[in-house]
Design a binder for this molecule. Structure first.
Ligand code: DX5
Ligand code: ZN
Length: 228
């Protein structure tokens, strides 16, 4: 079968999906992981909250380690913690494949990002909605992924903040200008009614928690997202 250029381009450029289990029943996380494992998705988003950086606590390395045998999906670990440098090795050992820290945390950013890479994980840096994109610029060469928050971090199921869309466009433009192939992932309130805009702004992957886990037909949302 001949794959036409445009079809091939679409196949390799489609928006990737990282389901977040944050709004799932924590007493049955195995079911949440099994559901994601059965969907045609690209990675699993694990939201780590320390009760300091954000006003909520979720889970840490032991829970991540217990989920690791349940799926082969890459673990996309989003650290909403004040001092990510402290437990970095524990997340790696627990099975993280990608680790994202926040630009607003207290750990030294460059050193912590380098340690993530040295540990063999993909490296992500995230921005809260109110943090300007320029904060990222010095770190772009160290990154595999930028995570653009489109809600204030701390809770799943919040409403998408459309005023964050220009940040996605600005990051895409800066990466293109510098010739950097960095994944731009968007996290917070992404669903069927805004995923087209998110992709059009320049996102290459999206986190979807409540939109997927509460969907009557998650497959339709996955197919739509992968078509963008
Ligand atoms: C928010 C988390 C998000 C969130 C995603 O602090 O980082 O990953 O739980 O959930 P939805 O898609 O429901 O906003
Ligand atoms: Zn997240």
């Amino acid at each position: 079968m001949v794959v036409r250029g445009s079809e091939y381009a679409k196949e390799v450029r489609c928006v990737k999906i990282s389901p977040s289990i944050m709004t799932c029943d924590f007493s049955r996380l195995d079911r949440a992981v099994a559901a994601a494992d059965g969907w045609n998705v690209d990675r699993l988003h694990l939201d780590v909250m320390d009760g300091v950086f954000v006003p909520n606590l979720s889970f840490g390395p032991p829970v991540i380690a217990s989920l690791r045998p349940l799926t082969a999906l890459p673990f996309d670990v989003h650290l909403m913690v004040q001092e990510p440098s402290k437990l970095l090795e524990a997340y790696v050992k627990a099975g993280a494949d990608m680790i994202t820290i926040h630009a607003e945390c207290s750990s030294p950013l460059e050193e912590t990002l380098r340690r993530i890479r040295e540990a063999g994980c993909k490296v992500g840096l995230s921005l809260n909605p109110d943090t300007p994109v320029e904060v990222l610029w010095p770190y772009l060469p160290l990154l595999d992924m930028v995570l653009v928050m489109t809600v204030q971090p701390g809770f799943g199921g919040q409403s998408f903040r459309p005023e964050c869309l220009p940040k996605i466009t600005a990051i895409r433009a800066e990466c293109d200008r510098r010739g950097l192939d960095i994944d731009i992932q968007v996290d917070g309130g992404v669903k069927d009614t805004n995923v087209r805009e998110v992709a059009a702004a320049g996102a290459t992957s999206v986190v979807m928690g409540s939109a997927l886990y509460n969907a009557a037909d998650p497959t339709a949302l996955i197919t739509l997202t992968h078509s963008l």
